[in-house]
Design a protein around this ligand. Structure first.
Ligand SMILES: *Cc1c(COP(=O)(O)O)cnc(C)c1O
Length: 242
């Protein structure tokens, strides 16, 4: 039986992995770069296809959509669903944070103490309810242009937020995430963010991850030291309009 969509995803995934390898080689890097495949707006059937193609890391940016896909995939195929690492990459309202901590395996978009506290509370509750719940790795989302409506914490606010998160026993401070501002050059923004990431790592040696780069700018991000790119369109194609 042929599944043209599965073939299309396989081709685009391979092409993206080639881009990643070429970017690592161009930057003289021999360390790995995680690929998070961003499945927002795309159906659970695509998640199943991607999991069968060996994708482990998937990213979702809307709380409601993510939670319903987590349950749908678990119901559709428990084995595939167990192999998936769910990355929450989008804005979280503080009153939704506790629920996110129930299903997420990693959160890239922590930008306030309230969100961190909500995640801590939700993870503590999950650990009470089930066996095997481990502390939740979280990245702090940096805002470089002060336009926090797009999410993120300004550089001045980052150290205090990092110290706070480091003190929460159900969270693990894993690193920094950035979405470059629309204005200006991505390369320069990634370089600025990489400096902030280095400072964070100096103060918190386990916070080694730097989540940066999407379909259009992953080469620039990898050149600046990204350890994790979040790629949607280049693999899944344009997002369906809903
Ligand atoms: C949608 C999204 C991506 C992926 O963007 P593409 O341009 O489709 O690769 C990456 N990061 C975040 C936070 C997103 O919301």
């Amino acid at each position: 039986m042929t599944d043209p969509r599965a073939e299309e995803l396989a081709t685009r995934l391979a092409e993206t992995r080639r881009r990643l390898d070429a970017a690592r080689a161009a930057a003289g890097r021999i360390d790995e770069v995680d690929l998070v495949v961003v499945t927002k707006f795309h159906p659970v059937a695509d998640l199943v296809r991607l999991a069968r193609l060996g994708v482990h890391d998937v990213g979702e940016n809307r709380v409601q959509e993510a939670a319903s896909k987590v349950s749908a995939l678990a119901a559709a195929d428990a084995e595939l669903s167990a192999a998936i690492r769910w990355n929450m990459i989008g804005h979280i309202q503080s009153n939704k944070a506790a629920a996110v901590a129930g299903w997420a395996d990693r959160v890239h978009s922590v930008d306030s103490i309230k969100v961190a506290n909500g995640l801590q509370k939700g993870r503590a509750r999950a650990a009470d309810e089930r066996e095997g719940v481990t502390p939740l790795p979280v990245l702090l989302q940096l805002s470089l242009d002060g336009d926090t409506s797009r999410g993120g914490v300004a550089p001045e606010g980052l150290p205090a937020l990092a110290d706070h998160v480091a003190g929460l026993d159900h969270l693990v401070l894993a690193g920094l995430m950035v979405i470059p501002p629309l204005e200006g050059e991505a390369r320069a923004h990634f370089a600025d963010a990489a400096e902030v990431a280095a400072t964070l790592r100096r103060d918190h040696p386990h916070a080694t991850e730097f989540s940066a780069g999407m379909s259009g700018d992953l080469e620039e991000a990898i050149a600046a030291g990204s350890t994790c790119v979040r790629v949607g369109t280049a693999i899944l194609g344009p997002r369906p309009v809903v």
